[in-house]
Design a protein around this ligand. Structure first.
Ligand code: EPU
Length: 415
């Protein structure tokens, strides 16, 4: 595993451009397998999760041309092969192949998906959707054999607004016979991006950005192109960085509305920033107020920004309470923040951050993707040198992070 070396407490200024959204791109790529012609996906981030997906496409004998941030996918000669455990475990998004292959071939064989170790992350809601559409699911020791003669439109009532189960239900129903209604659907902007892509192909999906999505099955999907939306979690991470050590740091090519819940919390803290149509200019906050935060599905405060914002809460005056409602194991960053000088207590699914505390350089670890982002922010804020181990986790989701940070004046290097 690689390391990052950061010398902190430098004021950063200039511009950081936001890349295409990881969580959109990892769904749009499998969505292309439902198409009966060639598709083009633009603004795809160059991150290792995308490399892992491309490997799966190549294994399925899909024709791919990758040119910078554009990927052309021709799924015409795809082979419906069993996806083995090693491939399935590479990332969470591998489970989009379950529904895309089921939707295309009415049959799929693969293993339980991988992803960050941040909780149990069951897939019961995805399977419930497949079963409602008429599929039989045989599970033996983490291996799923899912098949049917015909997928038929149905009502799918999700127990919780799961991003994965919403997208999987859409993929499995887009070519099913009749109408599918997905109730209690998730409303994350990435799902809207996926719906736009499928509708451009000729799918009939209504209810984008609402908790009730209706899919009228079609037989044929035609080629088209789509742009991946800006990554709201990458954007939020760098906006928080600006509040920590920015001097008119400009975060560009983002959708401010997608990080509204974060901006509301920055307002409460007293951080000053300027919003333009697709950029935010932000500077280090002074004398910040403590705030309470609870993670929720979109448009609530994103769980993926929970670990990054913890660093900013250590710089606020007084006690802040942060409650994680989505994942059971998303506080692995706390041990390392405390090692760097923070005073944080874990109380069940909440943490209590007692600020203000200065941070100083230490040897720490990126235990998962967003915990790693948290460590990078902490290191850039801290006095002295920090060494972050297991940096591969961060490279899964932040395009070109080292160069982007160097460009605004950070002292950072990777081995
Ligand atoms: N859940 C179930 N059963 C299911 C599905 C979900 O109990 O069948 C639970 C999960 O255990 C979790 C909650 O519902 O507690 C939310 O899970 P969801 O399905 O919404 O999450 P996901 O699809 O697995 C995506 C992102 C995550 C992001 C969440 C929430 C991708 C590849 N991953 O995960 O991103 O945290 O939505 O917004 O899109 C990240 O980027 O760091 C990341 C973890």
């Amino acid at each position: 595993m690689g390391k990052l070396y950061i010398e902190g407490n430098n004021i950063l200024s200039g511009t950081i451009e936001i890349s295409g959204s990881k969580n959109s791109a990892v769904a749009l790529i499998p969505a292309s397998l439902l198409c009966d012609e060639k598709v083009v996906i633009n603004n795809v981030p160059e991150i290792s999760d995308i490399d892992a997906l491309i490997e799966i496409l190549e294994y399925l004998e899909v024709e791919i041309i990758r040119n910078g941030d554009t990927i052309i996918i021709d799924p015409i000669n795809i082979k419906n092969k069993m996806i083995n455990e090693e491939i399935s475990k590479k990332l969470r998004a591998s489970y989009y192949f379950m529904s895309a292959l089921l939707g295309r071939f009415k049959k799929v064989e693969m293993y339980f998906p991988g992803g960050c170790n941040i909780g149990k992350r069951p897939i019961d809601q995805t399977l419930k959707g497949f079963a409602a559409l008429g599929a039989t699911i045989d599970e033996v020791e983490n291996k799923y054999n899912i098949y049917t003669d015909e997928l038929k439109g149905a009502v799918i009532d999700l127990d919780m607004p799961s991003v994965g189960a919403t997208i999987n239900s859409i993929f499995a129903s887009v070519k099913a016979k009749g109408i599918t209604t997905i109730n209690n659907a998730a409303k994350e902007p990435e799902i809207g991006n996926v719906i736009d892509f499928l509708n451009k192909m000729g799918a009939k999906i209504r209810g984008k950005d609402t908790s009730c999505i209706k899919v009228e099955g079609v037989e044929f999907l035609s080629g088209c192109s789509i742009d991946v939306i800006p990554d709201r979690i990458e954007a939020g991470t760098y906006v928080i960085l600006g509040a920590l050590v920015g001097n008119n740091l400009k975060i560009s090519k983002l959708v401010p509305e997608h990080i509204k819940a974060l901006l509301n919390k920055l307002d409460e803290m007293g951080v000053k920033y300027l919003i333009h149509e697709d950029s935010i200019i932000i500077s280090k906050g002074k004398n910040l107020n403590s705030v309470n935060i609870k993670t929720e599905g979109y448009p609530g405060f994103a769980t993926d920004l929970q670990q990054p914002i913890t660093v900013l809460l250590t710089q606020c005056n007084g006690i802040s309470i942060l409650e994680e409602t989505i994942y059971e194991n998303r506080f692995q960053n706390v041990e390392y923040l405390n090692k760097m000088g923070a005073t944080i207590k874990i109380i069940d699914r909440k943490i209590e951050i007692n600020g203000y505390t200065g941070l100083f350089g230490e040897e720490v670890k990126a235990t998962d993707l967003r915990a790693g982002a948290c460590m990078v922010l902490a290191a850039l804020t801290a006095e002295g040198k920090t060494e972050i181990d297991d940096i591969e986790h961060v490279l899964r989701g932040y395009e070109n992070i080292v160069q982007k940070l160097k460009n605004v004046g950070a002292k950072i290097k990777k081995d």
